[in-house]
Design a protein around this ligand. Sequence first.
Ligand code: GTP
Ligand code: MG
Length: 573
Amino acid sequence: MENERETLNIVAVGHVDHGKSTVIGRLLYDTHSIPEGAIDRVKRISKEKGKPFEYAYLLDAFEEEQKQGITIDTTEIQFRTPKRDYVIIDAPGHKEFLKNMISGAAHAEAALLIIDANEGIQEQSKRHGYILSLLGIKKVYVLVNKMDLVGYSEKKFLEIEYEMNRFLNNLNVYPLKYIPISAFYGDNMIEKSENMPWYDGKPILEAIDDFEKGKGLENKALRFPIQDVYKFDARRIIAGRIESGQLKVGDQILISPSNHVTQVKSIEAWVEKDRVDIVKAGMSVGITVEDEFFNKRGEFISHVENAPLVSNFFEANLFWMGKQSLVENKKYKLKLATQEVECEIFAINKVIDATTLATNDEAVVVKTNDVAEVIIKTKESIAFDEFKNNQHTGRFVLVDGYDVCGGGIVSGLVKAIATVNKFVKENLEVNVQCFDEYYMLLPGQDIQKFTRHPRVYTIGEPLPVAGDTYSYPTSFNLIDLENQHVVKVRNSKFENLLSLEDYSYEPVVHLNTLGLTIKLQSADDYQRFINEYKGLSNPKRKDEFFAKQWLNFSKYRSIGFKQASKLNAEYEI
Ligand code: GTP
Ligand code: MG
């Protein structure tokens, strides 16, 4: 439709009490977007509380209306300018803001980051700036509010602009405008303020019309996550919401991760007159397909030539809000679009303090309010996109019990895993490949070894003694013949690392650095083994006879199967 009006969603963020709700209330008030009754009520309540008129209370009127049946904890307010319609999202607190922004419950394309001129930049001003950068929201105005409290000082305004830019530019966020305002007194809200003649920009109401709206979702690749499959007379109707792209009858489609290809037979409608041949992003639809595979909730429908990624490993930027710290190897539930799957944090690569941007590469836990770069491993392969390519299918939340305890965005597939796993103690070091996996790649049927995400293990750390294609006893000694070291593992933990010279035989399982079993039953065996190794003409050649006599691949190891195309996604081969 030609005269369909454009809508832009804007989120208001900032530290507690810096004036988010007042900015929005004032915009509503000044654009006469508020029913008279609500204004009278706010006047009354403000008076009762002995305060001047509180614009922030105007939002309560909206909030109450929204309370019924709504699942998100933000208030969405609508108003319009001659140019377009706006939805402004106000989150009552930090936690709600995080949850809604990261989960995508609140979709925003642009942001107003509000800073109290008097209090200056605070912790949450920075955290919120960080989240905007993570979510790729580049359309940002910084509103320096409560200018009345600093005598409308240009100097103060410029100081905040300078300091905030220093922080945000580091995150690749370059605010498009800084606007000095007093939301309470209406300075630079809908009209230019006479109190700040030094400011030569636009007031907020005009400035927001300058935000450019991004390309429509319907022009992106098709993503249609299946919500449910209904049996309806003889038909199976696949239902869900089209998150992006378009779909029409006759299209060849791919269903991921099950990897089936079929064609769209029909797009269903309740009544015949509503029947259409093409559906687009934002619509909830039901379709039937030519080949009735067993499709299930969670799978993605896409076009064949523009498929989502499929893997059970991916890299993510994660925000942690759980009361308990996030730890590696604990099971969480991951929800991404309509998929729900058990997952664990395979590796914590880096923890970032969102206020100082200090990073810690050694961290083993992620504490409440921390941000981290992690590798997530899901129990089964799932379909997803990189967040930068698709915001709807590239974000996820983690659930611990019933609580959303974290959320994040997919930054990519796991990159080439080049380095090896290591045990270190003081200046001793043992490189091992015992935690690598062996797969026969289908359909080519070559066997290849894949290195688990490299870790440096220090004394006392728990070890992945069981993987996909290996399962060692919980206690063993690992001998590095080449470099003459022994690693002792007890109760699945790294207990000690010593030089082979200082080692005397112990009656436990012995493995080599590849994770092959060394056939040792006694101290005598051990002595013979060491002597024979020393007698090898070129130990580095790993003599075949020696290997046959002493090594066993299959005692604790096996070879798995993998679709070559999928491995490509997990590891760069
Ligand atoms: P939370 O939702 O609690 O995070 O706060 P908020 O950011 O929504 O702040 P809110 O709009 O509720 O404003 C906090 C207080 O600051 C209120 O008492 C406002 O009246 C006051 N305030 C807001 N803007 C201005 C301003 O421009 N000047 C002055 N002097 N006070 C202001
Ligand atoms: Mg508020």
